[in-house]
Design a protein around this ligand. Structure first.
Ligand SMILES: C[S@@+](CC[C@H](N)C(=O)[O-])C[C@H]1O[C@@H](n2cnc3c(N)ncnc32)[C@H](O)[C@@H]1O
Length: 460
């Protein structure tokens, strides 16, 4: 068994955070290709997502096929998808409806035939209804914004509403007609429709011809006011894109691997009762109701506004961005954050096997818009001391990941890199001593990095 070594806290302010034992787990995930892992992972970019290779480093070492692997903050679904692709039962939970959609599309996808049939049907309907939708799009572009021309709601569920100004600017009129058509036609309670909606969300905006709007980058939505100024300043006109051609190309990329070996579970709700809800959902499916592994990255302190930075995608899905930002736990001060994390970990414990391993990926956040965040540095150590240890968890150690974090977030804020994560810390712990010993024993176990396993690529 590998003995934990003590490490100096490096750049951390001595006295602010305790020294924790280091877990000797090599960050091999950094050596893998950017898109390592199942082809569903890059379905749609998601802020603060971690790489699939990182989850594999723990799934391969700390779970066996058939085990339940849980992520209470699943985001785009990285952990549950990679778990399902490796024969585990992946369970993902998130409070953000967009995260839930992405996780559900990935862990509970339709089969190829269902998908092909649904796309064909949509094409047939579009060819019959194109004139009506084109006229509707033209009206909406002529009279956008509050008090303007009403367009049908996403899924046709709620009342029609005017098209926001910035949405009218984002698409070519013909593309907008197609977007309005599929937005209304897709029923996200249906597996195939949900998968198509998630795939379209991923290609809604970006800078190449594979995207439906070339107004903004793919990683996040630019501020609505910036969009209006930018269009006025540059005379930008959106390029025409055929939604069905873009969708076909996207589905081809997504379906280049076999579907995940196991069907997983996606839950929509608060992480503070994710453990209890996961157990109920697993029991309903006659599956083992306790997770042997948790790999998760909780929201950081005041760095990401998932609603604001995804307003165009959320418009497409019929979700109010402000409501998303009001709902999510990203705006906490340190003390409230630590209480929140303690509640999450308390509810999680009964949902873990006796030998379970829990991996929390936590970034250090030094500055928020130029102002120091109290406790931002050494957050993982503080979470251990104030949220996990009081709930009876046993610490196996901390692993450091200093490059991935940088690469991940600086894309948004450019030179304002100091505003966000510098070093990710991977806090590895267990509900019992048995789990802690397992975490230590398997840390240095060599694992296979070939993906897809056996080099199998599907010919489409
Ligand atoms: C750092 S991200 C996780 C990213 C994920 N690991 C991935 O690879 O995409 C944190 C997630 O926590 C979610 N979140 C914030 N508050 C929450 C809450 N109270 N309950 C559940 N999820 C929450 C956010 O929606 C976000 O998806």
């Amino acid at each position: 068994m590998a003995a934990p070594q003590r490490i100096a806290p490096g750049q951390l302010e001595v006295g602010l955070v305790p020294e924790l034992p280091r877990l000797p787990i090599a960050p091999e995930w950094k050596d893998q290709q950017r898109l390592w892992g199942h082809a569903f992972h890059p379905m749609c970019s998601y802020l603060a997502m971690f790489p699939a290779a990182l989850t594999h480093a723990f799934i391969a070492r700390y779970s066996r096929p058939g085990d339940v692997v849980l992520d209470p903050f699943s985001g785009r679904g990285t952990t549950p998808l990679q778990a399902c692709a490796e024969g585990r039962v992946g369970v993902g939970n998130d409070l953000n409806p967009m995260a839930h959609l992405l996780t559900a599309a990935k862990v509970d996808p339709p089969n190829r035939a269902q998908l092909a049939a649904r796309v064909s049907l949509l094409r047939v309907r579009w060819s019959a209804e194109a004139p009506r939708w084109s006229a509707l799009a033209a009206e909406a572009i002529a009279r956008p914004g509050p008090g303007g021309f009403d367009v049908p709601a996403a899924g046709g569920h709620s009342a029609p509403a005017p098209l926001p100004h910035e949405v009218a600017l984002a698409f070519h009129p013909r593309t907008l007609a197609q977007v309005l058509f599929v937005r209304e036609a897709l029923d996200r309670a249906d597996r195939a429709d949900r998968f198509i909606a998630a795939a379209l969300t991923g290609i809604l905006h970006g800078r190449s011809q594979t995207y439906l709007s070339d107004l903004m980058p793919n990683s996040f939505s630019m501020a609505p006011r910036y969009v209006r100024d930018y269009v006025a300043r540059t005379g930008f006109r959106a390029s025409e894109r055929d939604l069905f051609a873009c969708l076909d190309a996207k589905l081809k990329r997504l379906l280049r691997h076999d579907l995940p070996a196991v069907r997983g579970i996606a839950l929509l709700g608060d992480a503070r009762d994710a453990g209890s809800r996961a157990r109920r959902a697993l029991r309903e499916r006659s599956l083992p109701d306790r997770a042997r592994l948790v790999v998760t990255s909780p929201p950081y302190l005041r760095t990401v506004k998932y609603g604001y930075y995804n307003w165009l995608r959320l418009w497409f899905l019929g979700v109010d961005p402000d409501a998303v930002d009001a709902l999510l736990d990203d705006a906490h001060q340190l003390d409230a954050y630590l209480v929140f994390m303690r509640q999450v970990l308390a509810d999680l414990r009964p949902a873990l096997t006796d030998d379970a391993v829990v991996v929390l990926v936590i970034g250090d956040v030094e500055l928020d818009r130029g102002r120091a965040i109290r406790g931002g540095i050494g957050l993982a150590e503080t979470v251990w001391e104030r949220s996990a240890a009081p709930e009876g968890y046993r610490l196996a150690g901390v692993a450091l990941d200093d490059i991935a974090a940088h690469r991940k977030m600086t894309k948004i804020w450019g030179d304002e890199a100091g505003r966000t994560t510098k070093t990710d810390r991977l806090l590895v712990m267990a509900p019992t001593d048995q789990g802690r010993r397992r975490a230590l024993a398997a840390a240095t176990l060599p694992i296979d990095w070939e993906w897809p396993p056996g080099g199998r690529l599907r010919l489409v």
